[in-house]
Design a protein around this ligand. Structure first.
Ligand SMILES: [Zn+2]
Length: 236
């Protein structure tokens, strides 16, 4: 994507949203905007306020939403929910709860009950449903003989904004949302959309602010080891 020159059609195409009549996004018109008040990344403690969600109208009459890939229906980013579940599975609910409090800078951001609910959600909706579509695109296959936490962690390594966006574009919902009726049932069957071969996009069109290293609690974290501050004695 050429930096600087965004068009609405370009953004929609990037997100895999096209009009059913035209087969492209060229007919899209601005339809409205809504805001998600507060979304938290539990891993970094980062809070996104008033995240804009753009609605467009195609000539087919459809009004899809252009959502940030990382956004879940809840108030936490999607990957941080999955990461929290990995933590619960490895170290237990109490330890994971302590960690989320740390991300919330001392305030309790989620209850132990919510953490248990997330475990069930990730199992049912991500592993049990969305993965049927995501797996082949990420070159990832779930195995019942490998510990769940290990596999979720491996999955997190592979999840890209592009594939999350594509999933949302296809189904109209995030991978942790409850599958809504008819669109969900088409999920496994419709594999025509090309995503896997697509290179990671340039910074997403609705990028969250620059991210801090993820998962400071993680002992063998591969995604963002806390970097020691460089100590330069003399100016460069
Ligand atoms: Zn159209």
């Amino acid at each position: 994507m050429a930096s600087g020159a965004w068009t609405l059609a370009g953004l929609l195409a990037e997100a895999g949203l096209t009009c059913a009549v035209c087969g492209s996004a060229d007919c899209a018109r601005f339809h409205g905007r809504r805001y998600r008040k507060r979304v938290r990344d539990l891993s970094t403690g980062e809070v996104f306020q008033d995240l804009p969600i753009l609605r467009v109208r195609f000539c087919s009459g459809a009004t899809p939403s252009l959502m940030p890939a990382e956004l879940w229906r809840g108030r936490s980013t999607l990957t941080s929910v999955v990461e929290t579940v990995v933590h619960v599975q490895r170290d237990g609910v109490e330890a994971a709860h302590d960690w989320t409090s740390f991300a919330g800078r001392g305030e309790a951001v989620v209850s132990c009950r919510t953490l248990r609910r997330w475990c069930a959600l990730v199992q049912a909706r991500l592993v049990g449903a969305a993965l049927a579509w995501l797996g082949p695109r990420l070159g990832f296959q779930w195995s019942d003989s490998v510990p769940s936490a290990e596999q979720l962690e491996a999955l997190l390594e592979r999840l890209t904004e592009a594939v999350l966006l594509a999933f949302r574009a296809l189904t109209g919902q995030a991978v942790l949302d409850r599958q809504s009726g008819t669109r969900g049932t088409r999920l496994a069957a419709s594999s025509a959309r090309r995503v896997a071969g697509r290179p990671d996009p340039d910074p997403p069109h609705d990028p969250p602010p620059a991210r801090r290293p993820r998962g400071a609690w993680w002992p063998r974290n591969r995604r963002g080891p806390p970097r020691p501050q460089p100590k330069e004695d003399r100016p460069a």
